[in-house]
Design a protein around this ligand. Structure first.
Ligand SMILES: Nc1ncnc2c1ncn2[C@@H]1O[C@H](COP(=O)(O)OP(=O)(O)OP(=O)(O)O)[C@@H](O)[C@H]1O
Ligand SMILES: [Mg+2]
Length: 365
């Protein structure tokens, strides 16, 4: 997938313009607060979701205007396509190839991108919920069925937890707990199986990227850590049986604490560099490299499963990386279109082949 043009109007601080990126590496260069991330964010919004900056849709409208429009031409599914998004008030209007769509979810099937922003370092720095979210959003993007299973699991879990809290005050309710157990086990087992399969594939790809970034010095591994002793090779039925046992043996604890203590909502994904936990032991640069490898691996899995390589958006990734690691990112990507922001003049000079966009006060040159 390649973006051939991006047009924007009244979009954040960017001056109305059309840019024509190259099919390889595009460096977006400029001082702080000039509009580099805004440009990357515009390219991301065509994935159909919300901004990676966590802002509301209408916050992209320039402060002095009452609407904003972004439009891309891209080559995907072997043809030229267009997509437009218009933001007005709290509403968003989406058009794909000239046809208006009822929701921005329609974009997911047409356009795909993977983004790295400094916030993604939380994948390593923070607790397990960030990592579960990362894997869950990837498996949901892959198959709509997974999104349905995840949402069912969360609903059943909430109900079961409500009941557990009630049992503390009304012990006679304990008999009704089993109503939630089987549906929870069924969805939980399917969810864990999809996660494990995804993590296995991701780990294989991330290992190779991390080797490239670290010039062969580091080995990155990603492992699924189950709260119910589930192994990678377990079948869905075996996973279900283990969850069933855990719910049985953990029932007293669950009632005492008022929450469900075992299951996919308690699992984690361990990230190891040279067999050491990256959260505890890795340096800033190593953590950044590891998250980046995960993101590139995510793109590679997407390409394998969807038959289309996503556009790669890298925000502020070069700082804290040594010149060898920077060189790998700038010059070793041949088959994907990459957009990469940076502030350092030396980074743009490192680029051997590609296009440079200079951003100054919202103007793109
Ligand atoms: N809706 C908006 N209307 C006008 N300006 C906005 C809007 N939203 C954000 N801005 C401004 O856009 C400017 C550029 O932001 P951006 O995050 O793109 O900077 P950047 O070039 O990525 O900087 P850095 O190198 O610090 O990351 C900021 O100064 C911000 O205040
Ligand atoms: Mg920025």
């Amino acid at each position: 997938m390649k973006v051939t043009a991006l047009k924007f109007e009244n979009y954040r601080n960017l001056k109305n313009n059309i840019i024509k990126p190259c099919a390889g590496v595009n460096v977006i260069y400029g001082d702080n607060a000039q509009g580099k991330t805004n440009l990357l964010e515009a390219l991301w919004l065509f994935c159909g979701g919300h901004s990676f900056r966590g802002s509301k849709d209408n916050e992209v409208i320039n402060w002095n205007k009452d609407f904003a429009k972004i439009e891309i031409n891209f080559f995907g599914q072997e043809r030229e396509q267009t997509a437009k998004i218009e933001f007005k008030g709290s509403k968003k209007r989406v058009e794909i190839n000239g046809v208006q769509k009822s929701s921005s979810a329609a974009l997911i099937e047409k356009y795909c991108a993977v983004v790295f922003s400094p916030d993604h370092l939380n994948l390593i720095k923070r607790g397990p919920s960030e990592r579960r979210k990362f894997v869950d959003s990837a498996i949901c993007r892959e198959k709509l069925k997974n999104a349905v299973i995840l949402s069912r699991y969360n609903k059943i879990l909430t109900q079961r937890n409500y009941l557990l809290k009630d049992i503390l005050n009304h012990p006679s309710l304990e008999d009704t707990l089993s109503v939630w157990d089987e549906p929870l086990i069924k969805c939980g087992a399917l969810l864990i199986k999809s996660r494990i399969e995804y993590v296995k594939l991701l780990s294989k790809k991330a290992l190779l990227y991390h080797k490239g970034i670290s010039n062969g010095k580091e080995e990155l591994k990603i492992k699924y850590i189950s709260s119910a002793d589930i192994q990678e090779s377990d079948s869905v039925e075996e996973i279900a049986e283990k969850l069933r046992n855990k719910l049985k043996t953990g029932k007293k604890d669950d009632i005492r604490t008022g929450i469900t203590n075992y299951g996919p909502h308690r699992d984690d994904i361990e990230i190891l560099i040279n067999e050491k936990n990256a959260k505890t032991f890795a340096s800033q640069g190593q953590q950044r490299s590891a998250v980046l490898s995960l993101k590139l691996a995510e793109a590679s899995v997407l390409k394998e499963r969807m038959g289309e390589e996503p556009v790669i958006l890298l925000d502020d990734v070069l700082s804290e990386l040594d010149s060898g690691r920077q060189d790998f990112l700038l010059n070793e990507f041949n088959d994907c279109q990459v957009f990469i922001t940076c502030c350092e003049k030396s980074n743009k000079e490192q680029l051997k082949d590609g296009k440079i966009f200079f951003v100054k006060d919202g103007e793109i040159l």
